[in-house]
Design a binder for this molecule. Structure first.
Ligand code: ADP
Ligand code: ADP
Length: 224
């Protein structure tokens, strides 16, 4: 089974906008997969459907073999999502944010790896500082940490380096590579070809809610 499988996945918003026109896609386990496309292509809509934030209009989606309608709990447990927007409760510390998330996911206290995860994203020295005092880059790393609390086999990052400076981008790329080396299947959306090229072994290109390519990165670039 694929890490993520979409069949005829479609979304028309309430205003009539067709964001996804029926997408078929299998993302293999163990890959670093890039969803590449211009702004408005439908990338966030796809991620938000997987995250349970947007209802699909038609089609099916499964995560790690679990259909999001038939088996939402297992589907949700199998995926960690790093959203594009940085939104935190300013009066929670990173430690509290991760503990709260662990609670939401039913991770028993003894199995929580809160400090270990904070160390991995180099926020351990900020563990007990209010989040409002964190820099933008630190907040972004906290978002990644939050998505990893329940140890999901699939990590999805929505435009992870949009508006991020070069140094932090490099750090995030390195960390994504580490996670992948550790066995996590990674999916990221981006509108930067260079980002997909640098990180991803496979790339799917979507445009106006349609899939226009899906291939190994080097094959795709050879024919571009
Ligand atoms: P749905 O109920 O179809 O999932 P939403 O609740 O997500 O739709 O959105 C409600 C309304 O918000 C939409 O019909 C639209 O008018 C507006 N809206 C929100 N985001 C956008 C956007 N990015 N572009 C255009 N309209 C938007
Ligand atoms: P991307 O992430 O690739 O930039 P999106 O999934 O955000 O693309 O958007 C796909 C299309 O759907 C765009 O035309 C966008 O304006 C529209 N859209 C997104 N959210 C809504 C919404 N809630 N209501 C109406 N249209 C939306």
């Amino acid at each position: 089974t694929a890490a993520i499988s979409l069949n005829g996945l479609a979304k028309t918003y309430a205003n009539g906008k067709v964001a996804l026109g029926g997408i078929d896609l299998d993302i293999p386990r163990g890959s670093i997969f890039g969803l590449l496309g211009p702004n408005g292509a439908g990338k966030s809509t796809m991620i938000n459907i997987l995250a349970g934030l947007v209802n699909k209009s038609a089609g099916t989606a499964s995560i790690w073999g679990f259909d999001i309608d038939a088996n939402p709990r297992n589907a949700k447990a199998s995926i960690g999502i790093v959203p594009q927007e940085i939104l935190f409760d300013a009066f929670f510390t990173p430690f509290e944010t991760l503990e709260l998330q662990a609670g939401l996911y039913g991770v028993p206290p003894k199995q929580r790896r809160t400090m270990e995860i904070l160390r991995a994203v180099r926020l351990d020295d900020k563990a007990h500082t209010y989040s409002r005092t964190l820099s933008g880059g630190m907040k972004r790393r906290l978002l990644v940490a939050k998505a990893l609390v329940h140890n999901p086999p699939v990590l999805v990052l929505d435009e992870p380096t949009a508006g991020v400076d070069i140094e932090l981008r490099q750090q995030l790329w390195d960390y994504v590579r580490e996670l992948h080396a550790g066995g996590t299947t990674v999916v990221l959306t981006t509108h930067y070809l260079e980002e997909a090229e640098a990180l991803c072994d496979r790339i799917a290109i979507i445009d106006q809610g349609r899939m226009v390519a899906n291939d190994l990165t080097h094959t795709l670039l050879a024919t571009a």
